[in-house]
Design a protein around this ligand. Structure first.
Ligand code: FAD
Length: 387
């Protein structure tokens, strides 16, 4: 029975499945969907080319549905762009040189820190190789990226940097790293299944529910890890509420910027959320033992390796979303656990612009996956298990 599988408190968290589903449905999902469409949150700065230190390029970047549509200069909010550009926003798919004017950096990053995140390998100030992508034009979905190239990334992540549990030797902190990655993996698989190329000949897209069952639903621990990751990231967002409330969301369009701020407040200080799930995850219990500091350094290093592996994802669009979501997780880890390895209070928290964009877009992706599992899961399980 599905009710028994997913009832009670989400493992290692402080809220139950029913509450998470209800809050997501009524509050989080609708607000996040609006938020990620705003000008501030829809542009992500990323280094897109394969730059893998571990394996040579395997040519998967050439798959049609893998390519990323970069932002033409004209698409940017007024305050970000050069005065001369007047063209309509269009997708520049397949034209790598159609990147934006990089002088926008000085404007769009005003008011944001440039300090590196100790949990990740990405550096948003590494200008010459980076470009901006409109995430709304490049949805995370099926791309055809599969086989040995994709498999070796997941294998390297799990076997070298985040060993699978249950294993008697793993402590709670290591299990949490595994659960975060597994939850993210579930979410990626759900997005592939939710937006799948059903018939290439007629370019027909839709849901592939048997794939969703085969990759996620038939493994209850993968579903549980998805809920865990959602609550972990939600906790990071609410913990950083005082910082995020007053962060710089200026895109030069006062109405839109006010909307962004108001959506952020709705998410950060919602009385319903505070009443029903005030502390989605309790980070205070971690890193307590004698090995605490050493363990934190080890897990930070493992997570940085996972972040570096994203440069080896052989499909541009998967790499974009892989980088964004791993950066989002790294930002959640930074908020909850450390700044340069030190305990921190909300007062000295400093986030990069890209980190905040990644964090909120990751939360939105996880919220979509939780909603999908909640809405479709029971009927898909009934159908597949009745067969
Ligand atoms: P995979 O998903 O590759 O899984 C490999 C193995 O990992 C499985 O056999 C299983 O043992 C284990 N596993 C699977 N799920 C979990 C889980 N939730 N928790 C724990 N263990 C698990 N493809 C796209 O079409 N679109 C994308 O946007 C996309 N983004 C990607 C981003 C990244 C960072 C990577 C590495 C790959 C991405 N891919 C994407 C490829 C996709 O994730 C799969 O690798 C591919 O579809 C092949 O799937 P598979 O059935 O071989 O299993």
């Amino acid at each position: 029975c599905r009710c028994a599988k997913y009832s009670g408190i989400v493992e290692d968290c402080c809220c139950d499945y029913e509450t998470v589903d209800r809050l997501n449905e009524e509050l989080l999902h609708p607000s996040l969907q609006e938020l990620v469409k705003t000008a501030f949150f829809r542009y992500f700065k990323a280094k897109l080319w394969c730059d893998c230190p571990f394996w040579p390029d395997d040519g998967m970047c050439r798959l049609r549905d893998c390519s990323v549509c970069e932002c033409p200069d004209s698409e940017f909010p007024e305050s970000f762009k050069m005065p001369h550009s007047q063209e309509d926003p269009i997708c520049q798919e397949g034209k790598p040189q159609a990147a934006v004017d990089r002088t926008i950096d000085s404007k769009s990053f005003r008011g944001w820190t440039e300090a590196d995140n100790p949990w990740t390998n990405d550096d948003e100030t590494d200008n010459s190789e980076m470009t901006y992508v409109n995430l709304q034009l490049n949805p995370e979905r099926y791309t055809g990226y599969t086989g040995p190239s994709a498999r070796r990334i997941w294998d390297a992540i799990y076997s070298e940097n985040c060993p699978k549990y249950p294993s008697e030797e793993l402590c709670q902190e290591e299990k949490i790293l595994y659960k975060l990655i597994s939850g993210l993996h579930s979410s990626i698989s759900i997005h592939i299944a939710a937006d799948y190329l059903l018939d290439e000949a007629i370019n027909s897209w839709g849901q592939n529910l048997s794939l969703m069952y085969d990759r996620v639903l038939r493994y209850p621990d993968r579903v549980r890890n998805l809920y865990f990751t959602f609550l972990f990231v939600l906790r990071a967002v609410t913990k950083a509420a005082d910082y995020l409330e007053y962060a710089e969301y200026d895109t030069g369009n006062p109405n839109e910027d006010l909307k962004t701020q108001s959506l952020m407040r709705q998410l950060l200080f919602n009385p319903k959320l505070q009443a029903a799930c005030p502390v989605p995850f309790d980070e205070a219990k971690l890193w307590k033992g004698q090995r605490g500091p050493e363990l934190k350094q080890q897990i930070q290093k493992q997570f940085r390796n996972i972040s570096a592996l994203m440069d080896c994802v052989g499909c541009e669009k998967c790499r974009l979303w892989g980088k964004l979501q791993v950066l989002g997780l790294g930002t959640a880890l930074k908020i909850l656990f450390s700044v340069d390895g030190q305990e921190h209070s909300a007062q000295n928290l400093q986030l990069q612009r890209n980190e905040v964009i990644a964090l909120m877009n990751l939360l939105n992706r996880l919220s979509e996956s939780v909603r999908f599992v909640h809405e479709m899961g029971p009927s898909v399980e009934r159908t597949m298990e009745g067969q």
